[in-house]
Design a binder for this molecule. Structure first.
Ligand code: GRF
Length: 193
């Protein structure tokens, strides 16, 4: 049995796709939904069983617990988590946690890294920057996580066209289609490595 912990701070649409993808897989367990944000949509989705009657425990933590204690790392180790999957998780991973899970933390970024990454580059800021730069394509990057925003080794990328008439919202929609299509499969791939 492989065990996944999903970290999310926002709406949780990717977390939901991943949870649904593995719902009938008897060798993969989504063991935990972890979040810093009690108001996040992902909490609501988890409490509704991700539309699949799934009962996944939710862990909420605050900044002090995350950065000033080892409690989250210990909990993940105690639960024998094989892979930590960030799906719209907004906080930088503390280096102790990164060191405790080498090459076992992955993230999805809504652009083609190394372009349009780094601190402050999240959500609509990314798509606004892509449109402002007159890019002709954007896409997704799935990468390992290290102590710096969006700098870990790239595992997978997929791209979509950006038309001159596209608004940031248009780009966001195209990118989200790619995220939902690819992230669960790439998670499975990394898990089986
Ligand atoms: C996605 O665009 C992902 O690439 C980024 O945060 C967003 C999360 O969206 N890291 P959701 O909460 O899964 O809907």
């Amino acid at each position: 049995m492989k065990r996944i912990a999903l970290f999310a701070s926002g709406s949780g649409s990717n977390a939901e796709k991943i949870a649904a993808y593995f719902a009938d897989n008897t060798s993969v367990d989504i063991s935990l939904i972890a979040s810093n944000n009690p108001k996040a949509g992902v909490i609501d989705r988890a409490r509704r069983g991700f539309g699949r009657r799934l009962h996944i425990p939710v862990l909420l933590f605050d900044r002090a617990t995350f950065y000033d204690t080892d409690r989250i790392t210990q909990l993940l180790q105690n639960q024998h988590i094989d892979l930590i999957v960030l799906a719209g998780f907004m906080w930088l991973m503390p280096s102790k946690l990164v060191q405790a899970f080498p090459n076992k933390i992955i993230n999805i970024h809504p652009a083609l890294l190394p372009k349009f990454g780094g601190k402050g580059m999240y959500g609509h800021f990314v798509h606004e920057a892509v449109v402002a730069a007159n890019e002709t394509e954007s896409g997704i990057t799935i990468h390992y996580v290290n102590e710096h925003y969006d700098e870990g080794q790239i595992i997978f990328q997929a791209s979509c066209p950006v038309l001159p008439t596209d608004t940031p919202e248009d780009v966001a929609q195209k990118v989200q289609v790619l995220e939902h299509l690819h992230y669960p499969k790439v998670v499975e791939d990394v898990l089986m490595r």
